[in-house]
Design a protein around this ligand. Structure first.
Ligand code: CMC
Length: 431
């Protein structure tokens, strides 16, 4: 990373302030403002981080104009086609794809960690059956700290490694238990003869009375969905995980914080919101009405599954997801599915509309992922849990990268205070 170029900041009443410009491998140069407050007494103001790089990272890169997503330098299209989700998890964590020995060792380790403590399975009884599964996830994943945190020293790379393996292995079990609990069905133990994603489907859809035989087309589709959601640079939930972890909090608590953030409809909750929106639109004839609402400044309605902070031409994950969507619907005999047809028509109309063209609003990954998951048999309320399961890999890789970085500090933004100026407390009769 070159630091030879400098930015010179001219502020009334100050000598010019020189700030180094950092050049990354890919992406925008960054003005290093770390010394600005000490040199000038000024802060920068950037709510929503529109112009701020919050950290250095080796893990994921997005070029929003090109519609490019790289994990450790590999294009997402190649990873989705040639690698399993667990290979991608290994890549995100270790920086390189595993060779055959490393792959089978990693798969073996993950299999050994898939069960949860029996006490933990009892937690579920404390939730209402109709609780949103993301609420259950926030609680149960955070509760992993009650089982493992005390024994772990996160300054030790070996301990961080164990927590990565443990949490990646247990997330599918925790998600499946949340589903089974909501359905009132018996919990299914993991099966070590199955691969990661097939085992997840067994825990979700199997029952103790008969052997579950996973459908390879659906397993492949879900595994690819996991890969497409595994990491996405410094998005809101990943930044939440990093901020929580910057205080030295244990990774289970950090991932739980990430799940809480992901739940919101502007982030991971969008896949659920897309399906609800399609149901609400109901018929192609009502699309213009909803497009008009999305364009109306006085209406809070947004076209869910459209738009992205970073992608301004297309979301490469959406292209891959569109293809998976077609494969899964065909496999399930749903090629004429009403919601899929409605989604295709909505996409077509929105993509021809000037409002969406001018604002560079394109379908994002979540526009299709809900339709695929529904076709696989996953209920709408579970969609964001599937996203969380996959993104846990990225959260843990990013958390580890931060903890291992000698430059890391507790995250502590400052503010532009716009409240009441200093004043004195008056006696109660004068207030
Ligand atoms: N429908 C209608 N108008 C929109 C939409 C939309 N989906 N998205 C953005 N706009 C408008 C927005 O009102 C604003 O208009 P104006 O300039 O007149 O104020 C303009 O486009 C820029 O949008 P923004 O909200 O300032 O952009 P942002 O970068 O802050 O937000 C976003 C990005 C993804 C939160 C937003 O596009 C959105 O809410 N989309 C719908 C929810 C969604 O699909 N989220 C999933 C994101 S992908 C999965 C993930 O990575 O989590």
């Amino acid at each position: 990373m070159s630091t030879e170029r400098k930015a010179v900041l001219i502020i009334d009443g100050h000598d010019p302030i020189e700030l180094p410009i950092l050049s990354p491998v890919h992406g925008n140069d960054c003005i290093d403002i770390r010394t600005l407050a000490a040199k000038s007494g000024l802060f920068t103001y950037d709510p929503g981080f529109l112009s701020t790089a919050s950290c250095r990272s080796h893990i994921t890169f997005i070029d929003g104009d090109k519609g490019e997503l790289l994990y450790r330098g590999y294009p997402i299209e190649q990873l989705a086609e040639k690698c399993s989700f667990l290979e991608v998890a290994y890549l995100l964590k270790h920086g390189e794809l595993p060779n055959a020995t490393e792959k089978s060792e990693f798969e073996g380790i993950v299999k050994k960690h898939t069960m949860v403590n029996e006490q933990m399975a009892k937690f579920y009884q404390g939730f209402r059956r109709d609780a949103h599964p993301m609420a259950v996830m926030v609680g149960v994943v955070g509760a992993l700290s009650a089982f493992y945190h005390e024994a772990e020293d996160f300054s030790d790379a070996a301990h961080r490694n164990v927590s990565f393996n443990r949490i990646v292995a247990k997330l599918p079990t925790i998600v499946a238990l949340a589903y089974k609990y909501s359905m009132g069905e018996p919990f299914m133990y993991p099966r070590n003869d199955l691969d990661y994603t097939a085992n997840f489907m067994h825990m979700m859809f199997g029952n103790p009375c008969e052997k579950y035989v996973p459908n390879p087309v659906l397993v492949h589709a879900l595994d690819t969905i996991f890969t497409l959601h595994a990491d996405h640079e410094q998005n809101a939930s990943t930044s939440t995980v990093r901020l929580a972890g910057s205080s030295g909090a244990n990774p289970y608590a950090c991932v739980s914080a990430g799940i809480g953030c992901l739940w919101g409809p502007a982030h991971g909750g969008a896949n659920e919101a897309v399906l609800k929106m399609l149901e609400e639109i109901g018929d192609v004839s009502r699309i213009p009405e909803f497009i008009a609402r999305a364009k109306d400044k006085n209406d809070n309605f947004k076209l869910m599954g459209f738009g992205h902070r970073v992608y301004k031409n297309f979301d490469p994950r959406a292209r891959l997801m569109r293809k998976i969507c077609a494969d899964v619907l065909k496999e399930q005999g749903l090629a004429n599915d009403r919601l899929f047809k409605l989604a295709m028509e909505l996409e077509k109309i929105a993509l021809e509309d000037h409002y969406f063209i001018d604002k560079k609003l394109y379908p994002n990954v979540d526009f299709y992922s809900g339709i695929v998951q529904k076709a696989i048999g996953i209920p709408t309320s579970m969609f964001t849990c599937i996203f969380a399961l996959a993104r846990t890999v990225g959260w843990m890789a990013q958390w580890e990268e931060m903890i291992a970085d000698p430059e890391y500090k507790i995250g502590r933004p400052r503010q532009l205070y716009t409240g009441t100026p200093v004043r004195d407390v008056q006696p109660i009769e004068k207030r």
